[in-house]
Design a binder for this molecule. Structure first.
Ligand SMILES: [Zn+2]
Length: 158
């Protein structure tokens, strides 16, 4: 079966940086609903359109096509005294952007009395390579299409 709109695609992926260093590797297969449901990156859908189980590809993608460019207005330094207790380097906290929108910030480092926060996606601004192997393709159910995501094994549970 070919990957077309409203198919459930099971795949295994890994993410490498531009130098080929491994950043992330799926430990379990993941599954997404193909056809513009924003379950995965549009460039990945584009590359997989019309392909079948067994297809394998490495995509070199620019930040514009993955997690976006970095936004330096999302980099913050706050006094340690304003820092909520219990949050550590590597943790996250809820804040607001300059436009007052809620936004998640990552705690990058604590330096003396200052806490450095970064609200960018950790992979923002990076050129990445995605190694993708298609493990299976099936037709999505009417319910999955209505919900815009896949149910069942490796899918959405609710
Ligand atoms: Zn659902």
């Amino acid at each position: 079966m070919k990957i077309t709109k409203d198919t459930a695609v099971t795949l295994r992926f890994k993410v490498l940086d531009a130098q080929g260093r491994l950043i992330e590797q799926s430990s379990e297969p993941s599954v997404y609903l193909h056809g513009g449901y924003q379950n995965t990156l549009p460039k990945i859908e584009e590359a997989l359109e019309g392909k079948e189980a067994g297809y394998s590809v490495t995509l070199a993608l620019e930040p514009e096509d993955t997690f976006g460019l970095r936004d330096e207005s999302l980099v913050r330094v706050i006094p340690k005294s304003e820092f909520p207790p219990g949050v550590k380097v590597g943790g996250q906290l809820q804040g607001v952007t300059d436009r007052g929108e809620p936004h998640v910030f990552h705690v990058m480092k604590i330096k003396g009395p200052e806490v450095h926060l970064d609200g960018n996606h950790p992979l923002a601004g990076k050129s990445l390579r995605f190694g993708i192997t298609v493990l299976g393709v099936r037709a999505a159910s009417a319910e999955e299409i209505a919900h815009g995501h896949v149910h069942g094994e490796h899918g959405h549970h609710h």
